[in-house]
Design a protein around this ligand. Sequence first.
Ligand SMILES: O=C(O)CCC(=O)C(=O)O
Length: 252
Amino acid sequence: MNITEEQVDFFNRNGYVVVDNILSAEDISYYRSVYEEFLENKIDAGRFRSDLGGFVEGDKPVPKERITQIMLPSRLMPSLLEKALHRETRQIAKQLLGNDMELDFDMLIDKAPHSVTPTPWHQDCAYWISMPDVRAASCWVALDDAIKDNGCMWYVPGSHLLPVRAHRPAGKGGGALECDAQESEGVAIEIKAGSCVWHHGGTLHYSRGNSTDLRRRAFINNFRPEEMIRFERDRGFDHTGDRDVRNTDAKN
Ligand SMILES: O=C(O)CCC(=O)C(=O)O
């Protein structure tokens, strides 16, 4: 799929951009069925499955994750690499940030109905080792209509052009990282199932908890220059380890 020059320009200025309808209705039902196989452990994700919601002191254990995160679905199911979502997003990543962009990692992030756990404000690059080339684009594909109250994405426009904020673990229990930011700085991006929103590795983002009866399944592909993927792997970093503040600019 080709995107417009206006979309590329919008991404460069704002650090995010919506691309509508990258999946057909048939594709959406295919990805939903694969997603359920992962969630129901019919495809065993083992150590790649964890709770992005972590826990805070005093919490009781919960039967299921607050926010289910499954890393590297395409490593567990390589046929995904040949399908529409990976094909289309790779082509768009190259148009956004250059022909050397390749898939670094993919992941599933599910917010079950009434799981009411926000993804804290953060910049993805805080999780990553510092890199000489900071071009990175993440594509958040909605498999369900995403609205504010089931957990659509929010972005702070232009934040990818500013210094990285200081990050810290949001709670105990190995969940997400967070930094200081609030909804009043951001814009909520509500999109339909089959559409996607892209953000730069430095763009501040967040999502509310799912307080509705609705599903909120996201399939996320992350791209960076081929040379930087080699740079990461040479240093033993492949996005499967513990969540931690790795970027030196995000430590305070
Ligand atoms: O799906 C979410 O709530 C968070 C997604 C996210 O942080 C990301 O794609 O980088």
